[in-house]
Ligand binder design. Structure first.
Ligand code: ATP
Length: 629
């Protein structure tokens, strides 16, 4: 199964440090704790460097003098140091655990909020698995980075500096021998950082692709089983996991090379220092205690040095995770008022004025006149104009530059109280047109008005409180039936409203569910039948008596008997509202006062069902059961 990739950027441009700096706003609130934890860890780590000094004192003092009491004192001192070190490290962990879980939660909440605010077109472009992996795996990597590599790169760096100072102070010639590998190691690490960045980016993107396949397989399990596609699905999964495995192995090979160098060079230096030191002790130029202390300090520095490799690797992965996280957060959220679309061109011949030949209910206002009547908001009469499309053009944001627009020169007027059916062949643009009314997409040209007000200038929330929708694919959420339905009124409608909406949608089956309207519908409402889901989606659209109703083929999954019942109830609702209803069947069309025929993204004709049947061959063909344009 092909997966849609997130529009991923190649790593490069930004350095890991610059990328990671973007985490600062999230880390800022916990900076004091993080800083304190860093200081505590440095003290704990440097405590480890006192061990060799105690050893030197013991070897040159009590051990050489055969002073048992002194040896016991040294041993107690070592024990005390060990306990102090362990307690300090424990304290560090306690300091960071809770605040960093908070940072992760805040980042996740921010990501989720942002995903709700980006335009629908963003979700059309991004694979859900990519978004999921950014909200889970990547954020976990970031928490681990803040808890561990960030602190320990500083702590281990400080420990190495203090340790080197102690070594140089004890015996500077041997100290220089240990310092010798530093330059080649830095050059080597710089070279590998870029390669590791590229491969870790690839791996994290592939985790996103894999997540997408798993998600699709779980959600589409019925199709997969029904069509016996489990083998091909498993094959797609295996292919992707094999690719991911290959990338992880490439990562492991790079890490192995880094480890090999980071571990071998210091070991060689320690070996050389041991030989050189032994010669100096034999020559009497160095005390045995100093050599023991020197080598113990060098060995104590092994872990801080060796850990640099994987700490850098984890930091690089965190930088990639940060980059991936901000790729989503950098996506522009929906602007409150839409960018000004290009001015509408002069209406072409044969648009609304020509086609609206019928004397349909809710007579057309005289051009230029804006009658004030109808529904009253508070005490102020509002202009009654219904839904108007003025020379609307629409092109999907990711469509190729010179491709034709999906909708072109749309001039339509759905008068107040009128129901207009939208009929057209598959792919003619019906769903796209309906999505423009609640501003799920912004028109690229022209404008749409609700009671004379340009929706592009209205707050999006207001548009959506005026316009209610039911989509062809009825999506329900993991919540109770009642919550799903009341969502349509923004949660403000009463229990009576709920009952009314359920009655309208012929969804009284709800009362027979185990807990009535409180029954949980399960993920995506899959515990209900298709027709039941569609009726609940319809109830959600009509709850709270919306001023404007947009229904995208709302009756497609109902049996003939239920359809007739829903239609009868819907007819009552449609009387009090202004509605645009996508219809494929004559029975749905008959709910409407007038019909607009959409053909190739243009309004080809507007009239009553009878008129269009008589005058328009395409319409007659569509109503007789044709589906392809
Ligand atoms: N998110 C999208 N991005 C790009 N193009 C799209 C997108 N959604 C739909 N299209 C294209 O827009 C055109 C109109 O699609 P639309 O879904 O509006 O048609 P429709 O008339 O509702 O079809 P149907 O009756 O089959 O539901 C199609 O060519 C389709 O490929």
């Amino acid at each position: 199964m092909p997966t849609t990739h997130a529009p991923a950027k190649e790593p490069g441009g930004r350095s890991a440090v610059r990328t990671l700096r973007r985490l600062w706003p999230y880390v800022r609130p916990v900076r004091t704790r993080l800083f304190t934890a860093g200081v505590v860890a440095i003290v704990a780590s440097c405590t480890g460097l006192v061990f060799p000094l105690v050893l030197k004192w013991m070897v040159d003092g009590p051990v050489a003098d055969r002073d048992t009491g002194g040896v016991w004192l040294g041993a107690l001192l070592l024990l005390g140091l060990g306990v102090a070190e362990a307690l300090l490290f424990g304290f560090r962990r306690w300091l960071v655990a809770r605040p960093l879980a908070g940072v992760e939660a805040a980042m996740r909440a921010h990501l989720f909020r942002h995903l709700q605010r980006v335009p629908v077109a963003f979700h059309d472009r991004w694979a859900s698995g990519q978004l999921l992996s950014r909200g889970t795996t990547d954020l976990m990597l970031l928490r681990m980075f803040l808890a561990f590599p960030l602190t320990f790169l500083v702590v281990n760096g400080a420990t190495i500096l203090v340790g080197m100072a102690i070594l140089l102070a004890q015996e500077w010639t041997l100290g220089l021998v240990l310092l010798a590998p530093v330059v080649p190691m830095v050059v080597f690490l710089a070279y590998f950082e870029g390669r590791y960045a590229a491969v870790s980016r690839r791996a994290q993107d592939q985790v996103g692709d894999l997540t997408t396949v798993v998600e699709e397989s779980v959600l589409g399990i019925r199709i997969i089983k029904g069509f016996g596609r489990h083998r091909s699905q498993a094959l797609a999964f295996r292919e992707l996991s094999r690719t991911l495995r290959g990338t992880e192995l490439a990562k492991a090979r790079l890490l192995a090379a880094i480890y090999a160098v980071i571990m071998t060079l210091p070991e060689l230096a320690i070996g050389a220092a041991l030989v050189l030191g032994s010669v100096q002790v034999a020559d009497g130029d160095l005390s045995t205690g100093t050599l023991v202390a020197f080598l113990s300090t060098a060995l104590a520095l092994r872990w801080p040095v060796e850990s640099i490799g994987f700490l850098l690797a984890m930091s690089q992965e965190a930088a990639t995770a940060t980059e991936r996280y901000f790729e989503v957060l950098d996506a522009e959220p929906e602007a409150e008022s839409a960018p000004a679309p290009a001015p509408a061109p002069a209406p072409e011949h044969g648009t609304e004025s020509v086609r609206s030949t019928d004397p349909a209910p809710g007579a057309e206002a005289a051009p230029g006149a804006e009658p004030l009547r109808g529904p009253v908001r508070g005490q102020t009469p509002v202009p009654v104009d219904g839904i108007r499309f003025h020379a609307v053009q629409f092109r999907y944001p990711d469509a190729p530059d010179h491709s034709p627009a999906v909708l072109e020169h749309i001039d339509l007027h759905i008068r107040t109280g009128e129901t207009m059916a939208l009929v057209g062949a598959t792919g003619s643009g019906k769903t796209t047109l309906t999505a423009l009314v609640p501003r799920l997409h912004e028109v690229t040209r022209g404008r749409i008005t609700l009671d004379g007000e340009n929706i592009a200038a209205m707050p999006r929330e207001r548009v959506r409180s005026l316009v209610s929708m039911a989509f062809e694919e009825p999506t329900l959420f993991s919540a109770s039936v009642g919550e799903n339905v009341l969502m349509g009124s923004g949660g403000t409608a009463s229990g009576d409203e709920l009952d009314r909406a359920l009655a309208v949608a012929q969804a009284e089956f709800v009362h027979a569910l185990p807990q009535g309207a409180d029954t949980q519908v399960g993920e995506q409402g899959l515990s209900l039948s298709g027709g039941q889901r569609q009726r609940l989606a319809l109830a959600r659209a009509v709850v709270g008596t919306p001023r404007f109703l947009v229904l995208d083929d709302p009756l497609s999954a109902l049996d003939v008997h239920t359809e007739a019942l829903v239609e009868a109830a819907l007819r009552r609702v449609l009387k009090d509202t202004t509605a645009l209803v996508v219809a494929h069947r004559p029975s749905t069309v008959l709910l409407a006062d007038r019909v607009a025929l959409l053909s190739g993204g243009r309004v080809a004709a507007v009239g009553t069902h009878q008129e269009l049947l008589r005058d328009n061959a395409e319409y007659a063909w569509l109503m007789s059961g044709g589906t392809e344009g």
